[in-house]
Design a protein around this ligand. Structure first.
Ligand SMILES: [Fe+2]
Ligand SMILES: [Fe+2]
Length: 288
């Protein structure tokens, strides 16, 4: 259970000096992180739709209060990343096609069950199962956004590079709020379904291959769309090099951390330190 009152914060970013390769000389790391501008505005709206659907089924006031604050934070996150799509266009990088394809993918995979199962009208039991499963997918996704949030907050190597300060702040502010609300989706998942092991295996079995595939494909796509990048580097070799330099999390950190989600005593509260997140949020230029 979340022990901290979650606060949605308004933010403002000045992108006027930001280029798609926001870390000079680090095209791969820049575009790996830029993939968040495509996926997050879409999935975070979807999070809000699913949680809105879940609201009438919540019988615990504390869970409801956290869910509402979570929805407000995620809505702000999505809209903070979104302007970068138009901004990159000014730098000759058109990623609108990738955004449209991602939207179609999310709608097809995770949207209205009638579209997925071909069942009309959808039975009540199936609809309830599908709601609980989608909340579980969000909880599993939030397990990883917490790992990533912690990584970006605690990372000491990135600030040593010539990074764009606005982009660094966006990632750290977002990461900090992911740490702050890390328990909400799992609390809701447990509240609605009991979060049994079979369901956790199912949702983790979806989220790991999905995120791995999406991250590889979207990073390759972004590098392809970048007119300033003559040679498009290979994904796996670049990942290994960048993670060894501690610029991005290693596959071991991400996959090695996934099994904890399956433990009977799993508690997202143990996954990070809220104080570290609040310290950053108190000094984030975008929040101030
Ligand atoms: Fe978020
Ligand atoms: Fe989140």
């Amino acid at each position: 259970m979340t022990r901290h009152k979650i606060t949605p914060r308004k933010v403002a970013f000045d992108w006027s000096g930001t280029r798609p390769q926001w870390i000079e000389g680090e095209a791969f790391v820049s575009h790996l992180t830029n993939s968040t501008h495509i996926l997050l505005p879409i999935v975070e709206v979807w999070f809000c739709q699913v949680f809105k659907e879940a609201l009438p089924h919540i019988t615990d006031e504390r869970v409801r209060e956290d869910v509402i604050a979570f929805m407000r934070q995620e809505a702000i996150h999505g809209s903070a990343h979104k302007p970068l799509i138009e901004h990159f266009l000014k730098h000759g990088m058109d990623i609108r096609g990738g955004v449209a394809r991602t939207q179609r993918l999310i709608d097809t995979l995770l949207g209205d069950p009638s579209r997925i199962f071909g069942l009309l009208p959808t039975g009540k039991r199936l609809a309830r199962w599908w709601l609980g499963t989608r909340v579980g997918i969000i909880a599993a996704g939030e397990h990883f956004t917490c790992i990533l949030g912690r990584f970006i907050l605690e990372n000491e190597e990135l600030p040593k590079l010539p990074v764009d300060p606005a982009m660094m702040d966006l990632l750290r502010w977002h990461g900090a709020e992911e740490v702050e609300h890390r328990a909400v989706a799992f609390d809701l998942y447990r509240h609605l379904t009991g979060a049994p092991l079979t369901s956790r295996l199912l949702v983790l079995g979806f989220i790991i291959p999905f995120l791995t595939w999406y991250w590889i494909e979207s990073t390759r796509y972004l590098m392809k769309q970048d007119p300033g990048l003559a040679i498009k580097p290979g994904f796996f070799a670049e990942w290994r090099k960048a993670s060894r330099r501690n610029l991005i999390p290693s596959a071991r950190m991400l996959l090695g951390g996934s099994w904890r989600f399956l433990l009977p005593g799993y508690d997202p509260a143990d996954e990070a330190d809220t104080e570290v997140a609040l310290d950053y949020l108190a000094k984030s230029p975008a929040v101030r």
